[in-house]
Write a protein that binds this ligand. Structure first.
Ligand code: DQA
Length: 142
C-alpha cells in the first residue's frame, strides 16, 4: 500500500524557518523519518512539497488515480484559506489525514479555521516532526 505525503507552501524552508515554532529538522529529515516509519509499517510513500495550491490539488487527484491507501496532507497556510483543497479532499473519497508540526489552534486567530480539517479523516498536530509519524501510524491502521 502507498501513502502520499503532501506538503504545502514554505515547508521547503523547514529547519531554518521560524525554528522556535517548527523545529530544526529539515523537510529532508522529515522525509527520512517517514520512510523509516513507513518501512516498519510495510507501507510505500510518495513524499512531495509544493508552494502552489493547484499543484497540491493535482497531487490529491493523482493519489486517487494511483489507488493510494491514504494521504497525509500538511497544507501549511493553505489549510486556512483553501476551499479548493477542501473540495479536492471531498472529491477523491479517500482518507486524508491533516498534519501540522505546530498546533494552529493555540496560535493566531486566522489559523483557527481549517478547511482541510472539515473533510479530513483525522488531524495530528502540535507534535513537531513526530506529527508525521503518528499520522502514518493512523494511516496504516485504516
Ligand atoms: C503549519 C501550520 C500553518 O498554520 C502554517 O501556515 C504552516 C505550517 C504547521 O505544520 O505547523 O506553514 O501547517
Amino acid at each position: 500500500d502507498t501513502v502520499f505525503i503532501l506538503n504545502g507552501p514554505n515547508l521547503n524552508l523547514l529547519g531554518t524557518r521560524e525554528p522556535d515554532i517548527y523545529g530544526r529538522q529539515s523537510l529532508n529529515d522529515i522525509e527520512a523519518m517517514c520512510a523509516e516509519t513507513a518501512g516498519a509499517l510495510g507501507l510505500q510513500t510518495v513524499f512531495r512539497q509544493s508552494n502552489h495550491e493547484g499543484q497540491l490539488v493535482d497531487w490529491l487527484h493523482e493519489a486517487r488515480e494511483r489507488g493510494a491507501k491514504a494521504v497525509l496532507l500538511n497544507a501549511a497556510a493553505y489549510t486556512h484559506t483553501s476551499i479548493a483543497l477542501l473540495d479536492a479532499i471531498k472529491a477523491i473519497e479517500m482518507p486524508v489525514i491533516e498534519v501540522h508540526l505546530s498546533d494552529p489552534e493555540t496560535r493566531e486567530d486566522f489559523r483557527h479555521i481549517s478547511y482541510v480539517g472539515m473533510a479530513a479523516a483525522a488531524t495530528v498536530q502540535g507534535l513537531g516532526a513526530q506529527s508525521y509519524v503518528v499520522a502514518l501510524e493512523k494511516a496504516a491502521a485504516l
